[in-house]
Ligand binder design. Structure first.
Ligand SMILES: Cc1ncc(COP(=O)(O)O)c(C=O)c1O
Length: 400
């Protein structure tokens, strides 16, 4: 039998996708599952934008609409992205510092595969988004976990981070606003990460997927703190909310971005054309963009508050009020550890016995085995309340 690259076995697949498949199966069997698992926003992109796209598709006979695009994306779209980042209070970027990608996932793979050599050490926070570890390990890197405990508001532990950084670290990967906890990285934590990275000649890879979905507090721009060392990953899956159209971008120092761009060419050749047109129309209409953002935030806050109201009634639950993103990470160590039930078993029972889909904490880091990630991105506030009520019911049944 011909062989294969054994490191492929380190890619175990996204738990969200697995839970989604299970949920689809249950739905086909007629079960109404409350979806607290997915990071897909429950709103449509703005109507005016959809109308513009519809008329573009019907009336614009230019072949360009269907052609390959330049590898890093259309120049005017990169220009619009740079303007948007500046308008949001972010750094001043030259369009040549921006590469459009087929979503944040491709952005992450292209960036990490450009900077990592086999054997390189990479700091990940515990908990963090489950997407980074498989890529780091597939590329032959070694993950160094640094705790970001719930007692610390899910901010990284300063001493552990300093110790880890003494180990010739090549990169620190951090996401803010956070998936899975919803915490915003504090300016203090961001400065520590930036200063350590600069001192040790390491990269900061910051995932800004949720940077426009901030409800309380402010997004901290790591690139501004360490411009020579920071590569930022972004996506349009969350705002304006077209994950299926696969568009994201990377920005950073021009010399490394020009290499990421070549990697991206090998991976996807060019980012999707129609999604670039959509983003251009969205960004060029500033009023539309800002109005949609306000609506998206209102949508999320209403759902977050419904979730938090429900969670206050779950005995023994600890969590941090999310300042951004679409998630709450609920620590259930108190009720679960005593009875020896971990997050995987709890998530399975929630799906089977209560028809509620959640993501087990263990996928987000080694100390998250008694945690659940709950998403408030999709369901109505009433269904979110009902979902949390069912979680409370199962936990009290298990704990009694
Ligand atoms: C933190 C984070 N980064 C990246 C991604 C990937 O997003 P995309 O849909 O753009 O590939 C996600 C998706 O949920 C995410 O939550």
């Amino acid at each position: 039998m011909p062989g294969y690259n054994r490191r492929v076995d380190l890619i175990t697949g996204s738990p969200t996708r697995r839970i989604d498949m299970l949920r689809e199966k249950l739905s086909r069997e007629g079960k109404d599952v409350i979806l607290l698992s997915t990071g897909q926003p429950g709103f449509l992109p703005p109507r005016k934008l959809r109308e513009k796209l519809a008329s573009m598709l019907l009336d614009d006979k230019d072949l360009k609409l269907y052609s390959y695009t330049p590898t890093p994306g259309f120049y005017e779209v990169r220009e619009a992205v740079a303007e948007d980042v500046r308008g949001l209070g972010g750094p001043n970027l030259d369009p040549e510092q921006v590469v459009l990608t087929a979503g944040g996932q491709e952005a992450m793979f292209a960036a990490l595969s450009t900077i990592l050599d086999p054997g390189d050490r990479v700091v990940l926070f515990d908990p963090t988004y489950f997407g980074y570890k498989p890529i780091v390990e597939y590329l032959g890197g070694k993950v160094l976990w640094v705790k970001a405990p719930v007692e610390n508001g899910y901010q990284p532990d300063e001493e552990e981070l300093k110790r880890a950084m003494d180990n010739k670290v090549k990169a620190v990967v951090v996401v803010t606003p956070d998936n899975p906890t919803g915490r915003l990285l504090s300016l203090e934590s961001a400065k520590l990460i930036a200063d350590l990275a600069v001192e040790r000649d390491a990269w900061v890879v910051v995932d800004e997927a949720y940077k426009t979905l901030v409800y309380e507090g402010e997004h901290v721009w790591l690139y501004k703190l360490a411009p020579d060392n920071t590569i930022a990953i972004n996506t349009f899956s969350k705002d304006p909310g077209f994950p299926g159209w696969r568009l994201g971008y990377v920005y950073g120092p021009e010399w490394i971005v020009s290499k990421i761009r070549l990697m991206s060419e090998e991976l996807v050749y060019c980012p999707p054309s129609i999604a670039q047109r959509a983003i251009l129309a969205y960004f060029r209409d500033r009023e539309l963009r800002m109005k949609h953002l306000e609506e998206a935030k209102r949508f999320m806050v209403e759902r977050r508050d419904a979730m938090l109201a429900g969670l206050s009634e779950v005995a023994g639950a600890r969590y941090v009020r999310p300042g951004g993103s679409m998630f709450v990470m609920v620590d259930l160590e108190k009720p679960l550890a005593r009875v020896g039930i971990d997050s995987e078993v709890l998530a399975r029972r929630l799906l089977e016995e209560e028809s509620v889909a959640v993501i087990p904490g263990k996928y987000f880091g080694p100390s998250s085995n008694y945690r659940l990630r709950l998403s408030f991105a999709t369901e109505s506030p009433e269904r979110i309340r009902e979902g949390v009520r069912r979680i409370a019911r199962l936990i009290s049944k298990i704990a009694s």
